[in-house]
Design a binder for this molecule. Structure first.
Ligand code: HEM
Length: 437
């Protein structure tokens, strides 16, 4: 079970402008339009009841209860991801989670054994082992959609977007020492920080931005913009303010609302579609399967997950079915009930790329290291020093020197100084590394 430990709250989203020129999603059709929502923040790897001070990406999942049904934006605090091939996700989770032998979690021997074979993880690992890997609280972190999504307007025109939630509380992270200090006293500091702020009327807010690209822009870039291991630098796509979210109500019952909430990148409204990103395509299937296992067959009928508007569905039966089901016709199309028709408005846009084949192969322009190097060089001296300390500290726990050498070679290819500093901390000379690789 991933994202087992979480905290949640209700709130409201207010659109900043009319976006009908780029998306037909109704909740974005007018400046000032309000949409109720529920957010669940989470840690990823460690089990329920684990400390919230661990180095780990944080989940940032938002359920918009729109007038057209629910839209889930299921993102993370960090802007990129470790892998780009969905089939590797279960392996990645296994590598991070408990050893089947020792039951030790996040054992660097297993984590780096996996990543030493996946150079595309270099960018995300650089984020994770910097102080961004331990946000000070949920209120003080940003959120990111990570993937490219498609916004589609009434004319069927597609604009690719990437989402960013920018915290109005200011972004703040913890050093490893600060996290250790908090952890020695409190393991649920982030959950309580969020709960208490809302109880005190100190409502946290985030601005939602999107960056937009057209398919025609893709060819000019030296990376694939549908690759979730990449950001879109602001120089190629300026962030546009979409609206502001305010969290203003705590859950009354933690289990019923925060634990039983279920988000999925497959929960979409007309006008917002998944892009062709292969990791995202895999996510579309995975969440509902997990939720049927984790919560039960009719989890979408629970009040926290059900849309606030009347929906028409012929899904039926299963344990704890509570949705009102009437009538003999529970199929479509029907001659007896012809009024329920396919609505062309809800058809997905067509992907139109030149010479595209669906293949099990690496994407074009993988460019595994450049953005990791850019990120390293963008850090202040203090951030660089902390990254080297955190990362070399973790690599020191790896017993197989070949794995250490492979990891250093990835960081070296991102930035020469980055790799050399790690090698120095780990007492490995150039000759040692060459012998090992
Ligand atoms: C192929 C890649 C991925 C797969 C197969 C996958 C699968 C899953 C599954 C099965 C869950 C548990 C759902 C539940 O129990 O309700 C989950 C939770 C979650 N995932 Fe992913 N995931 C992937 C990548 C990502 C990425 C790239 C992000 C961020 C953009 C992300 C963000 C989240 C969040 C925020 C949650 C927790 C939602 C909550 O609080 O309930 N995942 N993921």
């Amino acid at each position: 079970m991933v994202h087992a430990r979480g905290a949640g709250a209700y709130g409201e989203f207010v659109a900043a402008a009319d976006f009908t020129d780029v998306t037909k999603a109704k909740f974005l059709s007018q400046a000032g339009k309000k949409t109720p929502l529920f957010v669940r923040f989470s840690t990823v790897v460690h089990p329920s009841g684990s400390p919230e001070t661990y180095r780990d990406p944080r989940g940032f999942a938002t359920k918009f209860y729109t007038e057209e049904g629910n839209y889930d934006l299921v993102g993370n605090n960090l802007p990129v991801f470790f892998i780009r091939d969905a089939i590797k996700f279960p392996d990645m989770v296994h590598a991070f989670k408990m050893s089947p032998v020792t039951n030790d979690v996040s054992d660097p021997n297993r984590v780096f054994d996996f990543f030493s074979n996946l150079p595309e993880s270099t960018h995300m690992l650089t984020w994770l082992f910097s102080d961004y890997g331990i946000p000070a609280s949920y209120r003080e972190m940003d959120g990111n959609g990570v993937h490219a999504f498609k916004w589609v307007n009434e004319k069927g025109e597609v604009t690719y977007v990437k989402y960013n939630w920018s915290t109005k509380q200011g972004e703040r992270n913890l050093t490893q020492e600060e996290a250790d200090e908090i952890q020695s006293k409190k393991i649920e500091h982030a959950t309580l920080d969020l709960y208490n702020a809302i109880q005190d009327g100190n409502y946290p807010q985030w601005d939602l931005y999107v960056q937009m690209l057209k398919k025609e822009d893709f060819d000019h870039l030296d990376f694939n913009p549908l690759d979730p291991t990449k950001i879109w630098p602001e120089a190629i796509a300026k962030p546009v303010l979409v609206g502001t979210m305010t969290l203003n109500k705590n859950a009354d019952n933690y289990f019923q609302e925060v634990e039983q909430s279920a988000f999925s990148p497959g929960t979409l409204v007309s006008g917002i579609e998944p892009s062709e990103d292969k990791l995202l395509q895999g996510r579309l299937f995975s969440y509902f399967d997990t939720q049927r296992h984790r919560i039960g067959g009719n989890f979408q009928q629970l009040p926290i997950n059900a849309p606030k508007v009347q929906t028409t569905t012929y899904n039926q039966d299963g344990a704890m079915s509570i949705r009102k089901q009437t009538g003999d016709v529970n199929y479509q199309p029907s001659t007896n009930k012809p009024e329920v028709v396919d609505n062309a408005k809800f058809k997905y846009s067509t992907s139109a790329f030149k010479d595209v084949k669906a293949v099990q192969a690496k994407i074009s322009k993988p460019n595994d290291f450049a953005q990791a190097g850019d990120l390293y060089r963008s850090f202040s001296q203090k951030d660089k020093d902390n990254l080297i300390k955190n990362l070399s500290g973790a690599l020191m726990g790896v017993k197989n020197p070949v794995i250490v050498a492979k990891m250093i070679s990835h960081f070296y290819q991102a930035d020469r100084e980055y790799g050399m500093r790690l090698a120095k901390e780990l007492n490995l000379s150039r000759e040692d590394l060459e012998k090992l690789l």
